[in-house]
Write a protein that binds this ligand. Structure first.
Ligand code: KIV
Length: 263
């Protein structure tokens, strides 16, 4: 069966229909999420929401391949993007070697790498060698330690100019779309208008070409903190806790299993 979206249909969606991207880390959720999402992103955010680490830095290529395989199995008809984790695209040669590892060991359609003009040569090297690349500009979670926290971008004129240059460089290097994260909405809008490929926002306002959210944030499963840009579409944590408390209550009181659950 053919994939729902292709590189070409994603590019053509610009100005026609906003793209719906959501993260997925396992087959079960991938299957559920794929019913409404255009693109599933196996984000290295899994290092936080799945593996319980404090940031994305320690995610490994093997971890990303493992989760991407699960997502591909759960949503075989979805367009799937695999994040290249920290330290796996320091040089263009290591980037290609690692991206090939992803492509040969999963059926991901694309990889995503963080960075702007400084990473354009890497995006070009990958695309020249048959690896589709989704860029990622603005707030870069993999830079959290070097920047001393998560800083919203586009607050100054210099930053706005840099972002426009980043987007242009990533487009010219051959990326088919890019994520823009944690950026002032007016600047993100200008960025989206300045390139011909879709710019998918997270914490970047409404005037871009699509939105991406981390699934555990938007389903209200992650309770530790809620960034301003997250909308909770479900109170998942409460629902799960209530259901498990009910199960525990019924087991304790010998109400479960009932007759209909018994052979
Ligand atoms: O890792 C991730 O989930 C991401 C999104 C926040 C865009 O890169």
């Amino acid at each position: 069966m053919s994939k729902k979206l292709t590189i070409s249909s994603i590019k053509k969606s610009k100005g026609v229909k906003p793209l719906v991207m959501i993260t997925a880390y396992d087959a079960l959720f991938a299957s559920l999420l794929s019913e409404s999402a255009d693109i599933l992103l196996v984000g290295d955010s899994l290092n936080m929401s799945f593996a319980g680490k404090k940031d994305t830095i320690s995610a490994t290529l093997q971890q990303m391949i493992y989760h991407t395989n699960a997502v591909c199995a759960g949503a075989p008809e979805s367009f799937i993007v695999c994040d290249m984790p920290f330290g796996t695209y320091v040089t263009k040669e290591s980037a290609l070697e690692n991206a090939i590892e992803v492509f040969q060991n999963t059926s991901a359609d694309s990889v995503k790498i963080e960075g702007g003009a400084d990473k354009a040569h890497i995006v070009k090297y990958l695309t020249d060698n048959g690896i589709a690349v989704c860029g990622h500009i603005g707030l870069l979670p993999q830079s959290v330690r070097s920047e001393g926290g998560y800083k919203v971008k586009g607050r100054t004129e210099t930053e706005a100019k840099e972002l426009l240059a980043d987007a242009k460089a990533i487009e010219e290097a051959g990326a088919f779309c890019m994520v823009i994260e944690g950026t002032k909405a007016d600047v993100a809008k200008e960025v989206a208008q300045s390139v011909s490929i879709p710019v998918i926002g997270i914490g970047a306002g409404a005037d871009v070409d699509g939105q991406v959210l981390v699934f555990s944030d938007m389903l209200g499963l992650f309770e530790a903190f809620t960034p301003k840009f997250v909308k909770k579409y479900l109170d998942g944590a409460s629902l799960v806790k209530e259901a498990v408390a009910q199960y525990a209550h019924e087991v304790t009181n010998k109400k479960f299993p009932a007759e209909e659950h018994t052979y």
